[in-house]
Design a binder for this molecule. Structure first.
Ligand SMILES: Nc1ncnc2c1ncn2[C@@H]1O[C@H](COP(=O)(O)OP(=O)(O)OP(=O)(O)O)[C@@H](O)[C@H]1O
Ligand SMILES: [Mg+2]
Length: 234
């Protein structure tokens, strides 16, 4: 469904992504792994049409249609959602306001506020709290819930478990798996191989803007040494 081919992305003259190709099939969870500064967020932003970076060549195709050059909201209209790194919530807006920014609270089609609250009961309890009053885990849930409100078929998640306690990381893994069960495709950026393997069908490893390794989750679980080396974990 998503096909990235030979992507070349730049910040000004700094060439950061050097010919990355990857794909995500319908209903698949794919992890993009790599250490700090390797270019994971740059790839996610390039796919979503966010600038900077600037894509100088390559292609990003979704269901056969070219996405490059479209604005982020046109891409969202094609049912691709993003959970940005650092969540990007509004400190002064409530949980409810975040969820209804893109879809009316009275909507009954697809993902509704009540359906998001069904997935994250904790958010229902906190519905009148403001972004700035939420815990790290609650922020992570709200960022995922907000993404769901556009009724995505693909979610790009950029380190959704960054900075969370292990119990919350596991909760988010369960959420990813239940979204997969609903048929969503997910491209998940992670730094932790084991967290990625807990949910991903396939993984790509990024090193300084290049894919240096890829594989099927199950095979890597049995023989993780090579990947761990690329990730700087020994
Ligand atoms: N706005 C920017 N302007 C210039 N250079 C940038 C900008 N954002 C990122 N870079 C550089 O591009 C490279 C890739 O950064 P990117 O944020 O994509 O890495 P990442 O893999 O997402 O890292 P992290 O795990 O820390 O989020 C890094 O060298 C970074 O310094
Ligand atoms: Mg990043």
């Amino acid at each position: 469904m998503l096909e990235v081919r030979d992507l070349q992305s730049y910040y000004g003259d700094a060439h950061v992504i050097h010919g990355v190709s990857l794909n995500v099939a319908a209903g698949e969870v794919v992890a993009l792994l790599g250490r700090n500064g390797m270019g994971k967020t740059t790839i996610i932003r390039s796919i979503m049409g966010l600038t900077p970076p600037h894509v100088r060549s390559g292609s990003v195709r979704w269901k056969g249609q070219d996405l490059l050059g479209l604005r982020p909201h046109d891409i969202a209209a094609r049912k691709i959602a993003i959970v940005p790194q650092g969540r990007r919530l509004f400190p002064s807006l409530t949980v409810t306001e975040h969820l209804t920014m893109l879809k009316s609270a009275r909507a009954t089609e697809g993902w509704t506020m009540e359906k998001v609250f069904g997935l994250f009961p904790r958010l229902a309890e906190r519905r009148h709290h403001r972004g700035g009053q939420l815990s790290g885990g609650e922020r992570g849930m709200l960022a995922v819930g907000r993404a769901l409100m556009i009724d995505p078929e693909l979610i790009l998640m950029d380190e959704p478990s960054e900075g969370l306690a292990p119990v919350m990381v596991q909760h988010l893994e369960d959420i990813v798996l239940s979204l997969k069960k609903e048929g969503l495709s997910i491209l998940l950026v992670e730094q932790n191989l084991y967290s990625a393997l807990a949910v991903a069908d396939r993984v790509y490893v990024l090193d300084t803007g290049r894919i240096v390794s890829e594989g099927v989750g199950k095979e890597i679980s049995e023989n993780p040494e090579q990947l761990l080396e690329h990730l700087g974990v020994h």
